[in-house]
Design a binder for this molecule. Sequence first.
Ligand code: NAI
Length: 403
Amino acid sequence: MKIAVARETREGESRVAMVPELVGKLTDLGYDVLVEPDAGARAEYDDQLYVDAGAVVSGSALAEADVVIAVNALTSDRARQLRAGAATMSFLPVNSSHDLVVDLRDMDITAFAMELVPRISRAQSMDALSSQALVSGYRCAIVAAGLLRRFFPLNMTAAGTVQPAQVVVLGAGVAGLQAIATSKRLGAVVQAYDVRAAAAEEIRSMGAKSIDLELETLEGSGGYAREMTEDRAARQREMLAPYIANADALITTAAVPGRTAPMLVTSEMVEQMKPGSVVVDLAAESGGNVEGSVAGKVVRIGHAQVWGGENVPSQMPGPASKLYAQNIVNLLTLMTHEGEFAPDFDDEVVIGAAVTHAGRIVHEPTREAIEGPAEDEPVDQYAEAADPPTARLDLPNDSEDRT
Ligand code: NAI
C-alpha cells in the first residue's frame, strides 16, 4: 500500500507531514512512501533526503496513494486527484470546512482530522494539538525575549545588578506551560493565570507563581476551560490589570475549544504597561486574547509592542514537522494491520478522529451541522454501510482518562 506525503499549499505553511528520518518507520509498517516534489523544502528537507531514506519522489503521489498525509487539509481541487476509497490524515478544522467535508464525503474519501484525536492517555503519542502547542509555547517565550530590549535573567555584575524581567503568562494549557518553562529557563520571574483549578498546581510545578484572583474556576468538559460570562470576564480583566501593568512581557495563550479566543486584555490595560514592554498574543489568529493584536504583525499599543501569532508552529518547521510526523506514524501504526491500512472503526481513537468514511460524514456534530438532525434520517441509515459508524464523541472528546 502507498502513502503519499503532500506538499503543503497553504500560504505561509513551512511544515511537512513526514520527515526523512521517520520514513523508515512507514516502510517498516509495510508501506511504500511517495513524496510530492518539494514537499519538505520549506522545512529544510530536500527531496534527496527522502530518496535516501527510501521514499520515491513523484508528481503523481496523490493519485497513486491509499493514504495521503498532510499538515493542512487538502483543498477540494487537490483531493479530486485521489482515488475513491483513499484516506487522508491532516488537521481539518471541521467547523470552518463544511464545503470541504461535503466534497470529501461525496468523493468517498476517508478523512481523519488530527485535532479530533481523543485526548486520552492511550492516544497521547498521536496528539498533534499538544505537539504543535509545545512548539508554539516555546516560540512565544523566545519571541517575547527577542522583542524585549532588556535581559530576561538577573545579572549581578561589578557594574551593578540587572533585575530580571517580569513575565506574565495568561492561559496555562500546553502552550502556556511551555512558555512559562522557557521564560523560567531564560531567567525571568514568571507569574501565570488560568481559569482551570488544576492549572495552579501545574503553573507552580514549572517554577512560576500562580496568580490567584479568588474568582470561581471555569472547568468545562474533558479538562478544558468553560467560556466566561461577560461579567466574569470584566472582573478578571480588572483584577489582572495591575499584574499586566507591572509586566515587562505579557504572553497570552488562552483558548476555549470551538469558540473565539476569550478577550482577556483590553487596549487600555496594554496602555498601562511600561515603556519598552512587549505583548505576545498566541491567540491572535482565533480572535485574540489582547484587544488590537493583529495576527502576523507587530503593532504598537501605548508603550508596548504587541506581536500577534500566525501559524506559530510553522515558524519552527523542522522540529514542528518532526513532532507532527511522529504523531502521524503513531496514528498510522494504530490503523495498520499486517501491512494493510485497515482502521478499526470500533476503536475510540479511530472513530474519534474520523470525519468522513464510506461516503458518509461520521463525525456526528459535523454531520448534524451539515445534514441536519439525526431524527430526519431513515432508521436503517447504516444498513448498507461497509463500516457503520459507532457511538461518536463530542468535540472535544470527553474522557476521564486525561492527564
Ligand atoms: P487550550 O488550547 O484549549 O487552552 C489553553 C488554556 O487557556 C487552557 O489551559 C485554558 O484553561 C485557558 N483559558 C481558557 N480561557 C481562559 C481565560 N478566560 N483566562 C485564562 N485562561 C483561560 O487548551 P490545551 O492547552 O489544548 O489543553 C488544556 C487542557 O487539556 C489542560 O488541562 C491539559 O493538561 C489537558 N491536556 C490533556 C491531554 C491528554 O490527556 N492527553 C493532552 C493535552 C492537554
